[in-house]
Design a protein around this ligand. Structure first.
Ligand code: GLA
Length: 392
């Protein structure tokens, strides 16, 4: 089967439980799960007051835990060395850096004045790492849910997502928008999460037609170096908005951009053109979905990819190739639309297609991509899944 199956959540929970028992000789009392996400459309505009249309995927980070009666959290994973985080002092960013997501979330609870008892925990994951599918947001949201369980507290879902976003800002130093944490926290089976990033209000949009499949193709490359391509793009958009002189991107028209083209200068003018176009495309996509007009998503996804490639410059050869292969399969081969998804510079593409042809489309994507790059991609499908939750 070219489409890699998604491991059932129950299997991940059993794995996490078994590892906790093995590593800490303790019985799990509290378990949490949080999913990664894929974005159908609305890219690089969550920090520009735009609309985005992601959903939570059927790939999870699961944490199994038990109190340890110490003043520290001891946390292990399948691939990383166990870390010990002292709980009687405010958490600060430190090494190993992968644990900064956990430190940041613990700090968020500490800042709310919530006492965290010592605990042992083990983390397992089926969310591909570094694939533009928000494994870091999944880790933050799973940790936040776990802490809710261990401390018998319950945060408002929006507050939980914002706490996790702050962890990413302050502890991982990524100035991300709200999309990933909102998708991981608010996701629901058979629902897309349409987020108005100005009001920070999510709306669940039905997506349950069994004839449609969303294929996620992980190119297995990640060109995101420490040069901060993401932060630079965000700065460009801020600079553009300041030059245009309006309080929000939601009030900016294409004419505002084109009439100041030289003043904005290159590449800031092209960044601005992407933002305005992508906000419009996402609004059109949401409207098309509400009338069940899935075909309309194809051209919108294509225009989104082209704009991310040419104007926002966050695509790369491998993403373009995967999208080109999907496009060449075409509508007659069952492909409705395809584009890069997530922050870019590598990572994954999203392909909306007919369910009956999903396996053959996945096979063509895998074979052609491998032939051209020598890299075996990871290809799977996901329906919208449930967001972060505690597991009884
Ligand atoms: C990353 C960020 C998100 C969003 C996307 C691009 O995933 O974490 O906030 O900006 O890139 O749409």
């Amino acid at each position: 089967m070219p489409l890699e199956p998604n491991k059932p959540l129950s299997a991940l929970v059993a794995e996490a439980d078994a590892a906790l028992r093995l590593n800490f000789q303790t019985e799990p009392t509290t378990r949490s799960a949080a999913p990664g996400r894929v974005n159908l459309i609305g890219e690089h505009i969550d920090y520009c007051d735009g609309f985005v249309l992601p959903f939570a995927i059927d790939r999870y980070i699961v944490i199994s835990a038990a109190p340890n009666h110490l003043r520290e959290a001891r946390i292990g994973t399948t691939t990383q060395e166990t870390v010990s985080l002292p709980l009687d002092q405010p958490q600060e960013p430190s090494t190993p850096t992968w644990a900064n997501y956990l430190r940041g979330v613990i700090r968020g609870f500490q800042d709310c004045g919530i006492h965290i008892p010592g605990f042992d925990a083990h983390i397992v994951s089926s969310v591909p790492l570094g694939a533009g599918l928000s494994s870091s947001a999944a880790l933050e949201c799973a940790m936040a849910k776990l802490l809710e369980g261990l401390t018998q507290t319950s945060l408002d879902t929006r507050d939980l997502a914002l706490l996790c976003q702050k962890a990413e800002h302050d502890f991982a130093h990524v100035p991300c928008g709200i999309m990933d944490q909102f998708a991981s926290a608010f996701g629901k089976t058979d629902r897309l999460v349409l987020i108005d990033c100005r009001s920070e209000i999510p709306e669940l949009v039905p997506f349950e037609n069994p004839d449609l499949t969303v294929i996620i193709a992980n190119t297995m490359v990640n060109h995101q170096l420490s040069d901060g391509g993401y932060a630079v793009r965000r700065r460009h958009t801020e600079e553009a908005l300041a030059t245009i002189g309006k309080p929000s991107w939601r009030e900016v028209t294409l004419d505002d951009v084109t009439s100041r083209w030289d003043l904005l200068g290159d590449p800031v003018n092209r960044r601005a053109r992407h933002v305005v176009g992508e906000i419009e495309r996402t609004i059109s996509a949401a409207a098309a979905l509400s009338r069940n007009d899935f075909e309309a998503l194809g051209p919108l996804m294509a225009a989104s990819h082209d704009s991310l490639r040419d104007d926002f410059e966050v695509s790369c050869h491998e993403l373009d190739l995967m999208v080109t292969i999907a496009r060449s399969i075409g509508r007659s081969g069952g492909v409705i639309g395809a584009r890069m998804t997530g922050g870019g510079f590598g990572g994954s593409t999203v392909t909306l297609c007919e369910s009956a042809k999903a396996q053959s489309i996945a096979a063509t994507l895998a074979e052609t991509y491998q032939k051209s790059t020598g890299i075996t991609p990871q290809i799977f499908a996901s329906r919208p899944a449930n967001g972060a939750h505690l597991i009884p």
